[in-house]
Design a protein around this ligand. Structure first.
Ligand SMILES: Cc1cc2nc3c(=O)[nH]c(=O)nc-3n(C[C@H](O)[C@H](O)[C@H](O)COP(=O)(O)OP(=O)(O)OC[C@H]3O[C@@H](n4cnc5c(N)ncnc54)[C@H](O)[C@@H]3O)c2cc1C
Length: 474
């Protein structure tokens, strides 16, 4: 098919970021071409957030029934793996229409199936023969699982997030390479569904998170029977008699770990190959496409967003945030500046681990005089009722109370972090959180209580107490 298109915007990649740009641009009446070489919806819908959260939800039901006796309810969990995976596929199918080609065509977007590559700074050619010369291009090509160069790994059958949701049976012993969010979320889910699970992590698991809070998650997983080997590096991998055998070094000692399946969850690499970035004069490194604060590349006609961007966090909400900035900058010529310190992230283990802004360690390194407030879940009445008393909220403020960061480990942490993201985004003082009225009994009260501890210590200060006494006398 030979065709020549001249839209206002050409978006490469129909994942979280690309779909958001295309939908918003079309809504403003701009002509948009959207090119996707694989499945509409990208990683998040097909191989990432959606199937993993559906699997985690199923695993939670297994865990809940196994531990229901404490509520006076006896239940015997029996997992039928095929039915669990059917549930995962149904969840993807329920969401898929939102991201589908017909829906986007209905919005006025020209959706093209094929792989796009730049042939010069202003032209993209699609492998079906269509050529696109757009006023602006947006690269939203996403990322793929990084496969570490461990001797024997390439020759040994292994799973990644792109294949783990296609299993036909529950692994008897799943070895997970990588103790980041993806490895721990899936590791715990498979454990709860009945698999033996070993997680191997070269550094500290959940290394980007507050160490104290991350440890609470690791301890919970270990209590559930997940074997976590931290500071352990894999020296070699091989297949033997249908099993995977890993040689793992922990300090001076080496040991063999044998499992039925190996899942590689050891980071992500941006999808840059085949994009023809050199031809378009677009600078990149091995961590992604280099962009400025408006997400423009070294070719001013081209933006890059989402997982493909160098140094960016890799989250669906980050790709969506990038998309919003590009729309404002490219369509309305408004000045924009990407701010990563206001972007929260969540590890969907049980307990959940959520973070936004600075940790106490990072705040000290940046020279802040800080205060750290904590509020434990065990002091929350709803948490007691739900028997979900593990965890706490930890908030970091400047000495005068400006909210700098928050980490929450515990039930619904992913929901509770949003208020702290708002506080940081708006530069709020912790007083704002202390003053809101929160419904009782809700988990949300842990946020308010953490905020109130800021003032509780002030109330214990002898000078403050003297002033209060003096005011009372007056
Ligand atoms: C197991 C797992 C769980 C996750 N869970 C979460 C979560 O709970 N919350 C969260 O926020 N994030 C999560 N993520 C991360 C999230 O999936 C990604 O950050 C998000 O999908 C990135 O969006 P994107 O638009 O940058 O890329 P993608 O969604 O990956 O889309 C990129 C698209 O571009 C296409 N493409 C690439 N090159 C070309 C080309 N040359 N021509 C045409 N098309 C091309 C690809 O086929 C792909 O469809 C998870 C990831 C994984 C792997």
């Amino acid at each position: 098919m030979v065709e020549f298109l001249k839209p206002d915007i050409c978006v490469i990649g129909a994942g979280s970021g690309g779909l958001s740009v295309a939908a918003a641009a079309a809504a403003f009446g701009v002509s948009v071409v959207l090119v996707e070489k694989d499945r509409m919806g990208g990683d998040c819908l097909n191989y990432g957030c959606v199937p993993s959260k559906a699997l985690i939800a199923a695993a939670k039901r297994a865990k809940d029934s196994a531990t229901a006796a404490v509520f006076g309810v006896d239940a015997e969990p029996k997992v039928e793996f095929n039915r669990t995976y059917r549930h995962v596929r149904k969840v993807i199918a329920a969401i898929a229409p939102n991201d589908s080609a017909p829906r986007f065509a209905g919005l006025g977007v020209r959706v093209i199936a094929g792989a796009a590559r730049f042939t010069d700074p202003a032209t993209v050619t699609i492998d079906n023969g269509i050529t696109v010369q757009a006023r602006r291009f947006v690269i939203a090509a996403g990322s793929s699982p990084a496969i570490p160069s461990i001797p024997g790994l390439a020759q040994t059958p292994h799973l990644t997030n792109e294949t783990v949701f296609d299993l036909s049976e529950l692994p008897s012993h799943l070895v997970v390479l990588g103790g980041g969010s993806i490895g721990l979320e899936l590791g715990q889910a498979f454990r709860r569904l009945g698999a033996r699970v070993t997680v191997i992590e070269a550094a500290r698991p959940l290394v980007r998170d507050d160490a104290e809070c991350a440890q609470i998650v690791i301890d919970a997983l270990v209590r559930e029977g997940v074997e976590v080997k931290a500071g352990a590096s894999v020296k070699s991998v091989r297949q033997s008699q249908g099993l995977v055998e890993l040689v793992v070094a922990c300090g001076e000692a080496e040991e063999a770990v044998t499992g039925s399946h190996l899942l590689v969850a050891a980071g992500r690499s941006p999808n840059l190959e085949g994009l023809g970035l050199d031809k378009a004069g677009i600078a990149f490194t091995k961590t992604g496409i280099v962009v400025d604060r408006s997400l423009q590349t070294s070719n001013r006609r081209v933006y890059a967003i989402g997982d493909a961007v160098a140094g960016a966090m890799m989250f669906t909400h980050l790709a969506n945030y990038h998309a919003g900035l590009v729309i404002r900058h490219a369509l309305f010529r408004l000045p924009v500046k990407v701010r990563y310190n206001t972007v929260p992230w969540v590890t969907f283990t049980d307990p959940e681990l959520a973070h936004v802004g600075l940790t106490d360690e990072a705040a000290r390194e940046q020279g802040y005089r800080i205060r750290v407030m904590r509020s434990p879940y065990c002091e929350n009445d709803r948490a007691q009722a739900e028997r979900a008393t593990g965890g706490h909220v930890k908030v970091v403020t400047s000495a005068r109370g400006r909210v700098l960061g928050a980490t929450i480990v515990g039930a619904h942490a992913g929901e509770l972090i949003a208020l702290w993201a708002l506080a940081i985004n708006q530069g709020l003082n912790i007083r704002a959180m202390a003053e809101i009225v929160v419904p009782y009994p809700t988990f949300g009260e842990v946020n308010k209580r953490a905020a109130m501890t800021f003032f509780a210590s002030a109330a214990a200060n002898p000078t403050v107490r003297r002033i209060v006494r003096w005011l009372r006398r007056g």
